[in-house]
Design a protein around this ligand. Structure first.
Ligand code: CUA
Length: 365
């Protein structure tokens, strides 16, 4: 079609530059469409690996983004004025002129006008920024949640995230599934943030600002994502050796997909003859002292991630590696290889035990 259009126009405008103008316009439109295309693709499960505060995709993140633009505009204006005057003075007075009388310039003391000029505007600017920031914080913290809002509890552990859905009796770890929202039919997710040991920080830049998880204290925050996909975030408070590998994945699904996920997480895994040996070894090797697997006798520990639907997760070790057979084998043989300093010790499993437990864990969809 583009070819056809071009032929038609080049015939009509032969000998003039207008044909090329049209080609240029068409190419520019096409390039523009290509750069817009990723936004359209945001409706599927793309990994949002760039943790960018300038690309907010959730209600509170948008509010924070607009206040950050104001602060940066004010700072940029001050920088340009001060830097501009400084540059002007450096260039204009870089040499002594012939009219220079070698005397000290007149010294000004106690000029009310000058002193007011350099104290009052900065005070007004700071007060304005304080008021705008306070209003934004209030707006986000005292936000009225609609009845449809989902509620989850996120508990920070060294070095992983426990995730609980109290309304649905679902417990998972490290990968937080939430529902997509839209501006008319709002489904925000309220998060209660707690810690089991030391201070951690929860931050998924495209969804909200940083919030700390403090022992013996309940912090709350909320997100309301406007695009599906997997959002990445990090623990933001140095909490120990594997702080950098305390990664967050927030999976935003369409409401029906999210409901299906919740349903699948409520199911108790069925055991079969293929995985019986693995179950036996799991309990015999004391894995169940720290990990829970629903429906398995002797596996009800709470110190480590709940593994009931372990195989449904994309990563293991709180995002340290993809959840595939090779990495899981390495983890079972010695977790310190993939995540040195994590609290799971080397359980000294034999190759047969590793094989059996591996087959069992990979069946927990
Ligand atoms: Cu948890 Cu850093």
């Amino acid at each position: 079609m583009l070819n056809h259009l071009y032929t038609r126009y080049s015939l009509a405008t032969r000998g003039s530059g207008r044909g090329w103008l049209l080609v240029g316009f068409t190419v520019a439109t096409f390039v523009g469409f290509l750069s817009w295309a990723p936004v359209a693709r945001a409706q599927d499960s793309t990994i949002r690996a760039v943790q960018n505060i300038f690309d907010p995709l959730s209600a509170p993140a948008e509010t924070l983004y607009s206040v950050s633009l104001l602060v940066m505009a004010v700072c940029a204006a001050i920088f340009l004025i001060v830097g501009g005057l400084l540059t002007y003075a450096i260039i204009r007075y870089r040499r002594r002129g012939p009219e220079d009388d070698q005397e000290e310039p007149p010294q000004v003391y106690g000029s009310a006008a000058i002193e007011l000029a350099w104290t009052v505007p900065p005070i007004l600017i700071v007060v304005m920024l304080v008021l705008v920031t306070a209003r934004t914080i209030g707006e986000i913290q005292h936000h009225q949640m609609p009845a449809a809002a989902e509620e989850i509890r996120v508990i920070g552990h060294r070095f992983w995230w426990e995730v609980r859905y109290p309304k649905h009796d679902v417990v998972t770890a490290n990968e937080i599934h939430v529902s997509l929202s839209d501006r008319k039919n709002r489904v925000p997710t309220e998060m209660i943030l707690e810690s089991a040991d030391v201070i951690h920080g929860f931050w998924v830049p495209q969804l909200n600002g940083k919030t700390m998880l403090v022992p013996n204290y309940r912090n709350t925050m909320w997100i309301e994502p406007y695009a599906t996909g997997v959002y990445l975030g990090n623990c933001t408070v140095l909490c120990g050796q594997q702080h950098a590998n305390m990664l967050i994945r927030v999976v935003v699904d369409k409401p029906d997909v999210y409901q299906k996920w919740l349903e699948s997480q409520k199911q108790t895994p069925v055991s079969d003859s293929q995985t019986e040996e693995g179950q036996k070894q799991f309990v015999a090797s004391s894995c169940g002292t720290c990990h829970t697997i629903d429906g398995l006798q002797g596996a009800n520990g709470v110190f480590a991630p709940n593994l009931t639907h372990f195989a449904s997760r994309a990563t293991l070790g709180s995002g340290v590696a993809p959840n595939d057979e090779q990495n899981l084998r390495s983890w079972l043989k010695d977790p310190q290889v993939l995540k040195a300093g994590c609290l799971m010790p080397n359980m000294q499993l034999t190759d047969n035990q590793v094989d059996a437990i591996l087959a069992y864990l990979r069946s927990l969809k």
